[in-house]
Every structure is written in C-alpha cells, then in structure tokens.
Design a protein around this ligand. Structure first.
Ligand SMILES: Cc1cc2nc3c(=O)[nH]c(=O)nc-3n(C[C@H](O)[C@H](O)[C@H](O)COP(=O)(O)OP(=O)(O)OC[C@H]3O[C@@H](n4cnc5c(N)ncnc54)[C@H](O)[C@@H]3O)c2cc1C
Length: 318
C-alpha cells in the first residue's frame, strides 16, 4: 500500500462556519460572531488582516469544501448560479480556544450581497470564510499595515469600511506609538465602535446629512496631516517631509473606474520616517487623500499605504 504525503499547509484556507450571534454595536455596525469546528486553526494576525466571506449559492458550498486545497479552481469552474459570491472583510477578533471569530459589517442597505445577507440572515445561517491558516508557518499575506520601525507619527484615515481595521491597528500598536486616527462614519453614534489609544488623537466625524463620502474626512485629514508633520519634525508645506531629495512627488493617475486603487509599501529600510499614512475607504476619496498627502504635503509616497476598499456605484466583483 502506498501512503500519500500530507498536503502542505496553504497560507489561506476555507472554514465552514455558522452565525451564532449578531450584536448591534452602533447605528451602522453589527458584529457577527461565527463558530466553526476548525476555527481553532484560524490564525490571529490582527491589524488589517483581510478575509473573504463566501455567501450561499446552490450547492456551491459542498463543491468547495470537497476541494479545500484547490477551492479557487473549483470556485471558478462552478456555474454562475452555483458559485458562492465573495466579498472582502477585516477579521475583527479571533478566539481559537472558543472556535469563534468576529466580523464587523456595515449595513449599507438592502443593496449588495453582503449587506443584504447581513441585514436579513438569521442566527444559524451557514457561511464560508477564507482566512489565514494557523498551520501555515510563515507570513500569510493580507496584512497591509507596514510602517517602518522608526516612524515618528502614524496617520490612520478611512471611512466606515476601514473602521474595523483601524480599531484592530489601534489595539495592536504599542502604547508608545504616536499619531492620529480619523474615521468618517454615517452616524455620530458609530464612534462607539472605535477604541482609544494613549498616544493617538482618535477623531470620528459623522458625514453631513445629505453629504457625500469624503465631505468630513478630506478636510479633517488636511488639517491633521499638517499638525502631524509639524509634531514629527517634518515640514507641513515645503515638500521635505521625508520625500526624496525634498521634491514633491509627482503621482501617476490611477483610473479607479478601470483599475484597483491599491498600493501598500513595506518599508524595511530602518530609515527614520516622519509620518506613515494608512488610508482606506471609498476609492475616489482615498485617491484624493493620497494626492493631498504626497503632492501637496510632500509625504514620501513610500510611506503612504492607500487602499480602495470599495467603489461608489460598483459592486466588488466589477
Ligand atoms: C481589505 C478590505 C477590508 C474590508 N473590511 C470591511 C469590514 O471589516 N467591514 C465592512 O463593512 N466592509 C469592509 N470592506 C468593504 C466591503 O468589502 C464593501 O463595502 C463591499 O462592497 C460590500 O459588499 P456588498 O455585497 O454589500 O456590496 P456590493 O455588491 O459590493 O456593492 C453594491 C453597491 O453598494 C455600494 N456599496 C458597497 N459598500 C458600500 C458601503 N459601505 N456604503 C455604501 N455603499 C456601498 C457599491 O458602490 C455598489 O453600488 C472591506 C473591503 C476591503 C477591500
């Protein structure tokens, strides 16, 4: 009899879960607690660790769980009506000893597969989560917060979809980290979903009623970026805030209708960095923020991580 070698652990794997609890955190956020027999093998990396939620479609779940090592090939091969739609989220908490995870989901109405599911799914509903595999013994990927070890000030900015990641980052940063976190949310009550940090100014601003995404966030980031640069010893307006040769960086345009707005530097140089910025949220708003920080404030583009978490008027798969 021949024995086959055990399959090598992959960085990400599928977990079958069931919804066990929904906890209303604030007017916009609901915390979904899931349990699953193998969640003790879900790696707890914190920060902005991203995951995929797969929603039910026909018998698609059964097909995917029959091919756990090569599920993506199986997923692509499924007929449209059998292929579980996927959406990207941030893992908010991992409790391996209780076989539980939490995901905080924005209810943005009965539009979109994820928001509709989150608004209507009863406790007990099945889901598949693609998340980091604790049996994989190296960097899993899917964490994009990588400041230099010698960063003086950190700027975290985003909308409600980035709030879970910003909350995780604040919880994992050492107490001697310094910076500012600015989050734009639909409702002032959403501030309850964000923790404090002793070294951070944490600012939660409600979007003005009838306003657009970015109306609160953009002016706040402009104001606080200048202040952070001053405190970090950079220059708020001269373009010498860690930029190469003191020159304001020219940015190529990113067409957010066609491409994905995503650039995540990983500075392992050990150089002193006055300000590291982490920006996530609606792509058009994030593009404007990045332009301000790099082109107008002169922050080195190698110290600015920017991520279009979603695009106004487009679903995640378009
Ligand atoms: C790395 C990463 C991490 C993320 N983490 C989280 C998280 O922890 N919690 C969370 O709630 N979201 C998070 N998001 C955002 C989430 O993936 C998107 O909001 C997603 O589009 C929601 O899917 P849907 O099926 O509800 O809507 P879709 O089918 O994708 O879109 C349908 C329509 O709804 C609009 N839409 C999508 N999201 C929003 C929104 N938030 N507000 C208003 N309109 C919207 C779209 O523009 C589109 O017109 C994250 C995204 C990324 C890339």
């Amino acid at each position: 009899m021949t024995s086959s070698a055990p399959a090598l652990a992959t960085p990400f794997r599928l977990f079958e879960v069931r919804l066990t609890k929904r906890t209303v955190l604030s007017p916009t956020f609901v915390r979904f607690t899931f349990t699953g027999p193998e969640l003790d093998r879900f790696a707890d990396n914190g920060l902005d660790q991203r995951i995929k939620l797969l929603f039910p479609a026909g018998d698609g779940f059964a097909t995917l769980m029959r091919s756990p090592d090569d599920w993506y090939t199986a997923w692509r091969g499924l007929a449209d009506e059998e292929r579980p739609p996927m959406r990207t989220y941030t893992i908010r908490a991992v409790r391996p000893h209780e076989n539980e995870i939490d995901v905080d989901i924005v209810l943005h109405g009965l539009v979109g597969i994820a928001s509709t599911w989150a608004s209507t799914a009863p406790v007990g509903s099945p889901l598949i989560v693609c998340g980091p595999n604790a049996d994989f013994d190296a960097f899993h990927g899917g964490v994009d917060f990588h400041p230099s070890a010698r960063t003086a000030r950190i700027l975290l900015a985003g909308d409600e979809t980035a709030l879970p990641a910003i909350a995780n980052i604040l919880e994992r940063l050492p107490t001697d980290a310094r910076g500012c976190a600015i989050v734009e949310v639909p409702d002032a009550g959403d501030a309850a979903a964000l923790p404090s940090h002793p070294g951070f100014d944490v600012i939660v601003a409600a979007r003005p009623s009838g306003g657009s995404h970015g109306d609160a966030l953009i002016p706040l980031v402009q104001e606080h970026a200048a202040r952070l640069l001053d405190r970090a010893g950079g220059t708020a307006t001269s373009g010498t805030a860690g930029g190469p040769a003191g020159a304001l960086s020219e940015l190529e345009d990113v067409d957010i209708d066609e491409g994905i707005l995503w650039e995540v530097p990983n500075d392992e140089s050990g150089d002193d960095v006055p300000v590291y910025a982490w920006l996530a949220g609606e792509a058009g708003v994030i593009k404007a923020l990045r332009r301000h920080l790099v082109s107008e404030r002169g922050i080195d583009r190698r110290s600015v991580a920017f991520m279009g978490y979603w695009r106004l008027g487009k679903n995640e798969q378009n």
